[in-house]
Write a protein that binds this ligand. Structure first.
Ligand SMILES: [Zn+2]
Length: 78
């Protein structure tokens, strides 16, 4: 039953509706709130996976940059 009063939010993990004013788990890093700790954990893990992907990408990019620098150095020394 709906209590009314407009404080309702939707958890974007499990899709359940909950009252933002009475109960919510706020995760500032994600700028989101959830109805259950479990949902917050799932969201955090998703975010972590994204971050890891980006870190891996960064490492690959750094490697490429280093390789290019070496090539440039070789060209310049000629
Ligand atoms: Zn949820």
């Amino acid at each position: 039953m709906s209590k009314g009063g407009g404080g309702l939010a939707n958890c974007n993990i499990c899709g359940e509706t909950y009252d933002e004013k009475t109960y919510q788990i706020v995760v500032p890093v994600l700028r989101a709130s959830f109805d259950k700790i479990g949902c917050a954990e799932i969201a955090l893990q998703r975010q972590l996976r994204e971050a890891t992907k980006q870190a891996a990408l960064e490492e690959t990019l750094l490697h490429e940059v280093e390789r290019l620098r070496e090539q440039l150095r070789e060209l310049q020394s000629r």
